[in-house]
Design a protein around this ligand. Structure first.
Ligand code: ADP
Length: 497
C-alpha cells in the first residue's frame, strides 16, 4: 500500500498536524500555539473556535510543507488534550461557552461537597476508575449547564451536544455528521462505566446531565466518517481517536501487560498496560482504558506528576540559576548522583500517589558547600524520585512494569534518564520517534485503514534509540530514595501521608 497517515494532535498549548509515512516516519509537521484564557483564579479556558481554526490551519500547512494533497492521505487519526469540555449547539455548531480546560479548578467546591459522601467516592471509583475531582469532564459540563442562561433546558430538549476536544473536532471535520468519541476519551469524563462500556445513568443523574448530549463511544480504531471535502480539498476517512496519554502508550507500542510509558514534559504521566483486567488501585492511581480495539478493552493504571520539566523551567526562570534547560545536564554530571540536597517541587501540591493539594515545595539538606549545581541536580532528581513513588504505588497495586519507555522534552537529558534507571532499578528505553502521541493515532488510523494488520505489526515498527540500564548499587538506590521519602513527609499537610 502507498500513501500517508495524518495525525492531528490537539494539545493544551498548541495544535499540531503531522504527516507520517507508512513505516511511522515523520514526513512533515506543523504547529500553532494559541492563547490560554484565565478569567479568574484557578479557571483555565480555551476558545473552541481558535482550537478549530488552528487545527485546520496546521492541517492545510502540513500538506503544503510536504507538497502533498489530502488525497494522498489514507486515514486521519485525532489525539487530544483529555477531559477538556465543550458544549455546542446541535444546529449551528457554535459552542455555548469556552472550552473548560482539564486544569480548571472552578468546580472544586462542588466536588468536595460530593466527596463528603464516602459511598459516592466508592461508586465513582468502582464505575469509572477515577476520583471525584474537577480535573474530569462531568463537573465541567454541569457547570456550563448551570451557568449559561437557558442551557439546561436546551440540553434537556436535545438542542446541545457535549464532547471532549476529539469529539468537537470530529463533529466539525465531518460537517456535523459524526457525534462520537473513543473509549479512552470517554473513560476520562467521570460519566462512563469502564466495565460495561456504557454512559452510566447513576453518574448522569449525579451530575444532572441529560444523556442525549453525549457522543457515541467507539473503538480507538473505527470508522469515524470522512472529512468534508471543502475543508482539506478531499474527503479523507478518519480512522483513529485516542486521548493524548493513551495515544502515547500506543505510539510506544506498550501492547503487553507490564509494559509502561512515561512522558516527561511540563508534567509527567506514567501509564502501564494491565491487560484485560481493570486493576482497582488502592494507592490513588487512576484506572483507565488504555485502548479498545475490535471491541476488546486493554486497561491501564495511570499516575501523574504535576512538576517535571516545569521544575527545570522554575530553576531557569524563577531562580535564574541556569540559562537554558540543557545546562542542567552538565551541572548534574559535575554533582553526581550522590547528592544530599533534596528538592520537593510541590509548587501546586503533590499529585499521585499523595494527592495533597495543600503541600508546598521545599529544599532540604543545604550545607555551606551547597551551590547552584547541587540545587539544579536536586531538581532533576526530584523527577526521578517522584517516578519511583508512582512505580512503588503501581507495584503495591500488583502491577510492576518490566521496563519503561520514555518520551517528552526532558528525555534528551542523558544524565536524567540514567538516574531514572538507577532510581527505579529497571531498564529505560528511549524511542527513535519521540513524537509518540501523534504516532500512536497515526498507527490507529493505519490499523483501521488496513495499513497494519494488528498491534503486533505496529510493535515490530517500534525501535529504541537508546537503552539505559541501572548501574547504581542496591544500597545506594535505597539510601537515596529513603532521603526523598523523608523530605516528602516534611511537606505533606493533608490527610494523605
Ligand atoms: P510539553 O509538551 O508539556 O509542553 P515538552 O515535552 O516539550 O513539554 O518538554 C518541555 C520541558 O522539558 C520543559 O519543561 C523543559 O524545562 C524540559 N527540558 C527540555 N530540555 C531539557 C533538558 N535537556 N534537561 C531537562 N529538562 C529539559
Amino acid at each position: 500500500m502507498s500513501g500517508y497517515l495524518l495525525a492531528i494532535d490537539q494539545g493544551t498549548t498548541s495544535s499540531r498536524a503531522i504527516i507520517f509515512d507508512l513505516k511511522g516516519k515523520i514526513v512533515a509537521s506543523s504547529q500553532q500555539e494559541f492563547a490560554q484564557i484565565f478569567p479568574e483564579d484557578g479557571w483555565v479556558e480555551h476558545d473552541p473556535e481558535v482550537i478549530w481554526q488552528t487545527t485546520l490551519a496546521t492541517c492545510r500547512d502540513v500538506f503544503q510543507q510536504a507538497q502533498l494533497h489530502a488525497r494522498d492521505v489514507i486515514s486521519i487519526g485525532i489525539t487530544n488534550q483529555r477531559e477538556t469540555t465543550v458544549v455546542w449547539d446541535k444546529q449551528t455548531g457554535k459552542p455555548i461557552y469556552n472550552a473548560i480546560v482539564w486544569q480548571d479548578r472552578r468546580t472544586a467546591e462542588e466536588c468536595q461537597r460530593l466527596k463528603q459522601q464516602p459511598e459516592l467516592t466508592n461508586l465513582v471509583a468502582n464505575k469509572t476508575g477515577l476520583l471525584l475531582d474537577p480535573y474530569f469532564s462531568a463537573s465541567k459540563i454541569a457547570w456550563i449547564l448551570d451557568n449559561v442562561v437557558g442551557a439546561r433546558a436546551r440540553a434537556r430538549a436535545g438542542e446541545l451536544l457535549f464532547g471532549t476536544i476529539d469529539s468537537f473536532l470530529l463533529w466539525r471535520l465531518t460537517g456535523g455528521k459524526q457525534h462520537a468519541t473513543d473509549a479512552t476519551n470517554a473513560s476520562r469524563t467521570l460519566l462512563f462505566n469502564i466495565h460495561s462500556h456504557q454512559w452510566d445513568s447513576d453518574l448522569l443523574a449525579l451530575f444532572n446531565i441529560p444523556s442525549n448530549m453525549l457522543p457515541e463511544v467507539r473503538d480507538c480504531a473505527a470508522d469515524y466518517g470522512s472529512t468534508e471535502a471543502s475543508l482539506l480539498g478531499a474527503e479523507v476517512p478518519i480512522g483513529g481517536i485516542a486521548g493524548d496519554q493513551q495515544a502515547a502508550l500506543i505510539g510506544q507500542a506498550c501492547f503487553t501487560p507490564g509494559m509502561a510509558k512515561s512522558t516527561y514534559g511540563t508534567g509527567c504521566f506514567m501509564i502501564m498496560n494491565t491487560g484485560e483486567h481493570a486493576l482497582q488501585s488502592k494507592n490513588r492511581l487512576l484506572t483507565t482504558i488504555g485502548y479498545r480495539l475490535n471491541g476488546k478493552t486493554t486497561y491501564a493504571l495511570e499516575g501523574s506528576i504535576f512538576m517535571a520539566g516545569a521544575t527545570i523551567q522554575w530553576i531557569r526562570d524563577g531562580l535564574q540559576m541556569i540559562a537554558n534547560a540543557t545546562e542542567s545536564q552538565s551541572l548534574a554530571e559535575q554533582t553526581g548522583a550522590n547528592n544530599s540536597v533534596y528538592m520537593v517541587p510541590a509548587f501546586t501540591g503533590l499529585g499521585a500517589p499523595y494527592w495533597d493539594p495543600e503541600a508546598r515545595g521545599a529544599i532540604f539538606g543545604l550545607s555551606r558547600d551547597t551551590g547552584i549545581k547541587e540545587i539544579v541536580t536536586a531538581g532533576l532528581q526530584s523527577v526521578c524520585y517522584q517516578s519511583r513513588d508512582l512505580l512503588a504505588a503501581m507495584a503495591q497495586d500488583g502491577a510492576k512494569p518490566t521496563s519503561i519507555r520514555v518520551d517528552g522534552g526532558m528525555v534528551v537529558n542523558n544524565w536524567l534518564v540514567q538516574f531514572l534507571a538507577d532510581t527505579l532499578g529497571i531498564d529505560i528505553e528511549r524511542p527513535q520517534v519521540t513524537e509518540t502521541t501523534a504516532l500512536g493515532v497515526a498507527y490507529l488510523a493505519g490499523i483501521q485503514a488496513g495499513v497494519f494488520l494488528d498491534v503486533e505489526e505496529v510493535a515490530d515498527l517500534w525501535q529504541h534509540e537508546a537503552q539505559f540500564k541501572p548501574r547504581m548499587s542496591e544500597s545506594d538506590r535505597e539510601r537515596l530514595y529513603r532521603g526523598w521519602l523523608e523530605a516528602v513527609k516534611k511537606v505533606l499537610c493533608g490527610d494523605s501521608v
